[in-house]
Ligand binder design. Structure first.
Ligand code: MG
Length: 195
């Protein structure tokens, strides 16, 4: 219990899901429609090999509005886990927000703290995994990902692999074509300076 290393904080890469790890098909909830973006498994394996935490943070308003269920989400996550494992990659933790202003019942919320661009999922993960946000990154394809990262105190990268259109958030610290390029740029720059 006195191990001094236990007080060290970890570095995390918070990753959006649709448009960042896998192709964004809109309200993805069937594993037949799950398709990794080329290079994303390799990118995640590079992070795994460096012992960074890889934490998925995804808005899942489709659950809130009744298009699919948490069980469907779990099946998609399991399929992602399976496909990543084929390439030696894994995600350490999954966080999902079902809330939406037009959600049903308990999932109706005008501005839930967990729904990106709010940072609730990231803040919880930072607490639970003892993450140092200032040394960590949020990577996603949309402005909401960049803003959630900023609000949680991480560095941010926006990738062009989504379907969100050409609008890039000027607040992003880094822009990359896809997750693999993002990870390579970040890891290479970390060799020259600190992460
Ligand atoms: Mg996305």
């Amino acid at each position: 219990m006195s191990n001094p290393d236990s007080s060290l904080k970890d570095i995390a890469f918070f990753l959006d899901r649709d448009g960042t790890i896998n192709k964004d098909v809109g309200y993805l909830h069937q594993i037949e429609h799950f398709e990794l973006i080329p290079g994303s498994a390799r990118a995640i394996k590079l992070l795994n090999d460096q012992r960074f935490r890889v934490i998925l943070v995804t808005n899942q308003s489709g659950i809130g509005v009744g298009l699919y269920t948490f069980d469907d989400l779990k099946k998609v996550n399991d399929e992602m886990t399976r496909q990543l494992a084929l390439q030696g990659a894994h995600i350490d933790a999954f966080y999902a927000s079902p809330f939406h202003p037009e959600g049903r019942g308990e999932f109706q919320h005008p501005n839930h703290p967990d729904r990106k661009p709010n940072p609730g999922m990231l803040l919880r993960a930072i607490e639970e995994w003892h993450i140092d946000p200032r040394a960590s990154w949020m990577i996603g394809d949309r402005s909401v990902d960049v803003q959630a990262g900023r609000r949680a105190g991480t560095k941010t990268c926006q990738v062009r692999s989504g379907i969100g259109g050409p609008t890039m958030d000027p607040d992003a610290d880094l822009v990359a074509d896809d997750l693999l390029e993002a990870v390579q740029l970040i890891l290479n720059s970390s060799l020259e300076s600190t992460l």
